[in-house]
Design a protein around this ligand. Structure first.
Ligand SMILES: NC(=O)c1ccc[n+]([C@@H]2O[C@H](COP(=O)([O-])OP(=O)(O)OC[C@H]3O[C@@H](n4cnc5c(N)ncnc54)[C@H](OP(=O)(O)O)[C@@H]3O)[C@@H](O)[C@H]2O)c1
Length: 295
């Protein structure tokens, strides 16, 4: 790995969700080393504070801070945004990185499937509430960490939260497909601005996302074992996020899906514009976006 340019992100404010672990942690670390002020938006604060201190020590960059955010709770997202807006008048880069793979069909207090809430509906609301700040920042960038798993996703506007039809891995794949539709629609809606929105697949990365709990099934263990044959390190997995956040090569590039620093192909399902617009409308309704005041 080449040495990062320690000036490249000087003066930029970057918000990374799920920055206390895996790809998010390495993304925060990489951008801190490039001089960015990094806000780590995390649920588990104990882990976040210790990662934050380590990044500060290692990068020599003191402008790293932790703020609490639980993407499964609409009230936590609103509270986070109102605190963020009290502290900051701009936001150069928003990286929607946090995600989970398995939620066992669990539901959030807002009645959403827990995987869909964490990976898609939460980031949908967070991004929209931060848009006023992004709009007042020159050339702001929005980066959504999706996955190749979107290829297996399926969006049913009558059952976005998979209450009628739950299957192992289905919520994850569908949430990552939703994130690509979101990226495309966002980039379309922001056409008249200089904000860009792109999605990415980080690769198959050795992180806690594949951790199998005590109640894990044999097929999860087999799946994990097979993937471990092709896994890359979290540091390598963070490279496309860091590239999209910092490189001049992608100035003005928007609405794309990247893999290994290059635009890549998305599922033909992502061409369904009617579904894309329907999903946006449904997500606005579910998250209460139209009547949500960021405070
Ligand atoms: N690893 C891969 O092979 C791979 C492949 C494709 C895409 N991705 C995507 O990459 C992203 C990062 O995942 P990772 O592999 O680095 O996994 P990870 O190490 O498990 O990190 C996931 C992060 O998301 C956070 N998070 C989970 N639920 C949250 C919530 N409700 N509110 C706020 N933060 C929450 C976790 O924080 P807590 O400590 O609070 O749980 C953690 O920091 C995810 O979006 C994932 O889908 C990963």
């Amino acid at each position: 790995m080449s040495n990062p340019d320690t000036q490249a992100m000087q003066g930029k404010i970057v918000l990374v969700t799920g920055a206390n672990s895996g790809i998010g942690k390495e993304t925060a670390r990489g951008l801190a080393k490039m001089g960015a002020a990094v806000v780590m938006a995390c649920r588990n604060l104990t882990r976040a504070v210790s990662v934050c201190e380590a990044i500060k020590r290692e990068s020599g960059n003191a402008q790293i801070e932790v703020m609490q955010l639980d993407l499964t709770l609409l009230r936590s997202i609103r509270e986070f945004v109102s605190q963020f807006r009290r502290k900051y008048q701009r936001l150069n880069v928003l990286i929607n990185n946090a995600g989970i793979m398995c939620g066992g069909g669990g539901e959030t207090e807002d009645g959403f499937n827990i995987v869909m809430a964490t990976n898609y509906l939460g980031p949908f609301l967070l991004t929209n509430l931060l848009l006023p700040l992004l709009k007042q920042t020159p050339e702001a960038r929005i980066i959504n960490v999706s996955s190749v798993a979107h290829l297996w996703g399926r969006i049913d506007l009558n059952d976005l939260n998979l209450k009628k039809r739950f299957r192992f891995g289905g919520a994850y794949a569908s949430s990552k497909l939703a994130l690509i539709f979101f990226t495309q629609e966002l980039s379309e809606r922001l056409k008249q601005t200089d904000i860009t929105a792109n999605a990415l697949h980080p690769g198959i990365v050795a992180t806690d996302i594949y951790r199998i709990g005590p109640k894990g099934s044999w097929y999860q263990a087999v799946f994990r074992k097979m993937l471990s044959l092709v896994m890359i390190s979290p540091q390598d997995g963070a490279q496309t996020s860091i590239y999209l956040a910092s490189s001049d090569d992608v100035r003005g590039v928007t609405g794309k899906y990247f893999y290994k620093l290059n635009p890549s192909f998305v599922s033909p399902k992502c061409r369904n514009i009617q579904l894309q617009k329907g999903l946006w409308q449904l997500s606005e309704n579910l998250t209460g976006l139209s009547d949500a005041s960021p405070g």
